[in-house]
Design a protein around this ligand. Sequence first.
Ligand code: HEC
Ligand code: HEC
Ligand code: HEC
Length: 130
Amino acid sequence: MTKDKGEKTHMLQFKLMIVALIIVAICPATAFVAEYEKKGAEKMSLYGGSRGPVPFPHLKHQKALNDCNVCHGVFDQQAGSIEKLKQEGKLVKKQVMNKQCIKCHRTAKKEDKSSGPTSCKKCHIKNNSR
Ligand code: HEC
Ligand code: HEC
Ligand code: HEC
């Protein structure tokens, strides 16, 4: 009698333990997905005016720089935010290009670190208007 009860309690404890383990396993996974989604697109194409669009490897920069604010201290984590700020007069044309993109690539190059393009043609993809 008491033995039966004991076994049932053990079974219940076992089931509770499984449930607890599943919860522990799922939570970090959902947290990770949420974190990943907030990081935005891996690759994007930025508006580059008459010079043509600028392909931008976003994820590569996130990994290489490990700091969102070098860019997002200047414009929001939102698609189209650079153009929006330019239209509102809060950013000058080519400001991000010169003060973020090119400046950082030049500095990295000087320091012999891995870097990105510094010439017009390597950033702006040729289009028909040029
Ligand atoms: C080297 C510059 C740079 C760094 C570093 C950077 N981003 Fe971005 N991010 C951009 C640019 C450029 C855009 C596009 C802005 C636009 O369209 O005007 C963007 C857009 C975004 C967007 C919106 C676009 C989308 O696909 O939803 C999110 C979200 C975002 N970034 C998150 C992050 C996070 C989080 C980090 C840090 C882990 C980060 N970014 C680091 C340059 C950067
Ligand atoms: C490292 C990449 C990079 C290089 C190198 C670069 N650009 Fe850009 N350029 C951009 C980005 C990103 C934008 C959009 C953001 C901005 O306006 O700051 C842009 C914007 C522009 C615009 C459009 C501005 C507007 O709002 O109408 C022109 C024109 C332009 N670049 C010309 C040039 C010329 C000319 C060179 C070479 C002397 C050059 N770019 C080199 C990345 C680059
Ligand atoms: C604070 C520094 C920093 C800023 C700001 C920055 N970059 Fe870069 N960029 C890098 C580094 C570092 C690399 C080399 C990454 C690697 O090789 O892993 C790179 C590489 C690149 C590459 C070449 C990627 C490849 O696959 O070879 C492109 C294109 C590029 N950047 C475009 C841009 C544009 C456009 C902007 C502005 C919107 C920008 N970068 C802003 C540091 C920066």
